[in-house]
Design a protein around this ligand. Structure first.
Ligand code: BEZ
Length: 261
């Protein structure tokens, strides 16, 4: 799932790698649809739909679903897989629709957008009064071990800037942001979700290549391998078990409702 700030990452997405080695991103989101409870005839927005698998699951309810994502490659893949569903390339910080939605859904996308206020502002306008918003994103403390290892590796290698591209809010922070734009949080949970990275001992390097491009781009290409090895070295004692990497994911799940006032 991929709306995010324009950056090196924006061009680095590989929809094939995303689907083959990181399918857990959308597979884990399937039970979020149970919280959404899509109904026949509803108009639903999937914000940051990626390759469209969850959009298609939602559409099985008979709802009219529109998937948006900022990555042309992801949208191309989504259209190829699901030609009957409406997909659009759109920036989650700057979108609008003529016709409002009964509900909006988002899985593992909103943590890519640091300008969260702009997203929620668009969302507030896109929903009908009483419309619901159901989302999961990385929450406060998400991938903390990884981020610390990235920072330490950069420091050790002599690079000081912090290219962290992620927004991982607390419950309180997100609740107050939603409220500012007329959305009342009715449910929230922040929970640990240790996540197995596929492909055995390659799991961490695959993850870094797919998701942490902004950190990798902070060192010259000739030193990328050194950066990855430093990170693996730092993380191995805590996150490598029985030949497999486990990332310290922490998720925030929310349900909110747009007020009638
Ligand atoms: C996440 O799904 O929590 C996540 C994905 C990529 C980078 C950081 C976090």
């Amino acid at each position: 799932m991929t709306p995010r700030q324009p950056s090196a990452q924006a061009t680095a997405w590989n929809a094939g790698l995303y689907d083959s080695k990181h399918s857990f991103v959308w597979e884990r989101g399937a039970d979020l649809i149970e919280l959404l409870k899509p109904a026949f005839g509803e108009r639903i927005l999937d914000l940051g739909c990626g390759t469209g698998h969850l959009t298609a699951n939602i559409a099985e309810s008979g709802a009219h679903v529109v998937g948006i994502d900022s990555s042309p490659e992801m949208i191309r893949e989504a259209r190829e897989h699901y030609p009957a569903i409406e997909f659009r390339i759109a920036d989650a910080r700057d979108f609008s629709f003529e016709e409002p939605f009964d509900a909006a859904f988002s899985n593992a996308a909103l943590h890519w957008i640091k300008e969260a206020e702009r997203v929620v502002q668009c969302l507030g306008k896109a929903l009908k009064p009483g419309g619901r918003f159901v989302a999961e994103l990385g929450g406060k403390g998400n991938v903390r071990e990884l981020v610390n290892a990235f920072r330490r590796s950069l420091e050790t290698m002599g690079y000081e800037k912090d290219p962290n591209p992620w927004y991982f809010p607390s419950v309180a922070e997100y609740s107050s942001l939603l409220e500012r734009y007329g959305l009342e949080m009715t449910f929230a949970v922040l929970f640990n979700r240790p996540t197995l990275l596929e492909d055995g001992s390659n799991g961490m390097r695959n993850w870094i290549n797919m998701f942490a491009a902004s950190f990798l781009a902070s060192v010259p290409p000739a030193r990328n391998e050194e950066f990855i090895q430093n990170v693996e070295h730092l993380l191995r004692p805590r996150l490598f078990q029985d030949g497999r990497w486990i990332a310290d994911y922490k998720r925030l799940r929310v349900i909110a409702r747009k007020s009638f006032a």
